[in-house]
Write a protein that binds this ligand. Structure first.
Ligand code: NAD
Ligand code: DAU
Length: 356
């Protein structure tokens, strides 16, 4: 099959962590393609993350909410995208435990609204692809062995993963019922530059810089599979151009690690880079009350995308973590900006609940 080509791509959630990397990648790599970034700019969306793209002719930003039907219709009329890369979402598990309905609004209703508009806009056209960026959390939790693959039954266990699973089901239903061309990828934990410091790695980096306690949930033995964000972006590019319609692809880093091992690795790297005595940052580690319903282990078998297209992750955790810490150390103004205002309120409410 020859690669699909696009003149205009609509990226939702492009001001967020992964979205900003996706937008930058497509703007730079495909200069003759128009890239439209649609984002509501919630607490986790930040145009500071895309400042370097403002002067690019093929980059366009539109502010708005994916649940707003007239707005989404207008964006489709104005820009006529042939590809939607749908990343906009409420993405943090802890926040989904505090406010599940917001996750239903954005992740379920917002996705269905986009699917409706795309279906109507692409009716009777041979072009059009709706690519939903999803998560490995839809598969539930693993025991000490085994991997999620594309045939693993869905078993979401947090309000966040239930809302993402629902969005995946709707996308498949729109293919089955209306023949909407869709594609889904389910990815493991991303990390790298521009990640909001509510997620484990940037939160720990930020707290080390502020000499604040490092809250590790439960016994710290929960396992996640870590993928450097640019590796995810390369996989998204590949699948957008060559992935099989109506297929699902798992994307993982082959980088499993317990949370405590990861936090200790991060502490040692930070001591080294900040020229502090070894052990200084580790002394900030504090075991706190566990996350309710905390999934024990995620691990991804990404052999389908590897065998189909040769994709594989390029960074192991040690290298990716070192690059990530370097970025945060050189971009403290970004960190300061995104942690001002509402962040402090969230942090004290969230971590008071964790008895920190
Ligand atoms: P993020 O929270 O950093 O960014 C989400 C973006 O969506 C923000 O820019 C926000 O302003 C925007 N947004 C939120 N609600 C919106 C709405 N109603 N209308 C328009 N825009 C809205 O999230 P992320 O970590 O970059 O994740 C991006 C996507 O990738 C999500 O769909 C997430 O489920 C998925 N994913 C994330 C990971 C991960 O490890 N971070 C792993 C697998 C899949
Ligand atoms: O697996 C993919 C998912 O990874 C994505 O779909 C989500 O959008 C993304 O947020 C991420 O979910 P997690 O819940 O795994 O990520 P988080 O960074 O919140 O937590 C990682 C692990 O670290 C998890 O086991 C909980 C633990 N943790 C997290 C925080 C914020 C702590 O021990 N302490 C903390 O303060």
């Amino acid at each position: 099959m020859s690669d699909r080509r696009f003149q205009t791509i609509l990226i939702t959630g492009g001001a967020g962590f992964i979205g900003s990397h996706v937008v930058r990648h497509f703007v730079k790599k495909y200069p003759s393609c128009q890239i439209v970034n649609l984002d509501k700019l919630t607490y986790s969306g930040n145009l500071e993350s895309l400042k370097d793209l403002e002067a690019e002719d093929n980059y366009h930003f539109v502010k708005g909410c994916i649940t707003d039907e007239p707005f989404i219709k207008k964006v489709f009329e104005d820009h006529r995208p042939e590809l939607v890369l749908h990343l906009a979402a409420e993405s943090h598990v802890d926040r989904s435990i505090l406010d599940p309905l917001e996750f239903v609004r954005t992740n379920v209703l917002g996705t269905v609204n986009l699917l409706n508009v795309a279906r109507d806009a692409w009716e009777n056209k041979s072009t059009g692809l709706f690519y939903l960026i999803s998560t490995d959390e839809v598969f539930g939790s693993l025991g000490p062995s085994g991997f999620f693959n594309e045939d693993t039954p869905y078993d979401p266990r947090s309000p966040y993963s239930a809302s993402k699973a629902s969005a995946d089901h709707f996308a498949r239903a729109y293919h089955h019922t209306y023949q909407l061309p869709i594609l889904i990828s389910n990815c493991s934990n991303n990390y790298g530059p521009y990640q909001f410091p509510e997620k484990l790695i940037p939160l720990m980096i930020n707290n080390v810089l502020d000499a604040k306690a490092l809250p590790v949930y439960g016994d710290g033995k929960n396992v996640r599979d870590w993928l450097y964000v640019q590796d995810h972006v390369e996989a998204i590019d590949l699948l957008a151009h060559r992935g099989e319609i109506a297929h699902t692809y798992n994307i993982g880093g082959w980088n499993e690690c317990t949370n405590i091992d990861l936090v200790e690795m991060l502490c040692d790297l930070m001591d080294e880079k900040l020229e502090k005595a070894r052990g200084t940052s580790r002394s900030l580690i504090s075991f706190v009350k566990d996350r309710p319903g905390h999934d024990r282990r995620y691990a991804i078998d990404s052999s389908k995308i590897h065998h189909a297209f040769g994709w594989k992750p390029t960074k192991d955790l040690q290298e990716g973590l070192s690059l990530t810490i370097d970025w945060y150390l050189s971009n403290r103004s970004w960190l300061k900006q995104v942690t001002s205002g509402a962040y402090q309120k969230y942090y004290s409410e969230m971590y008071k609940a964790q008895e920190l």
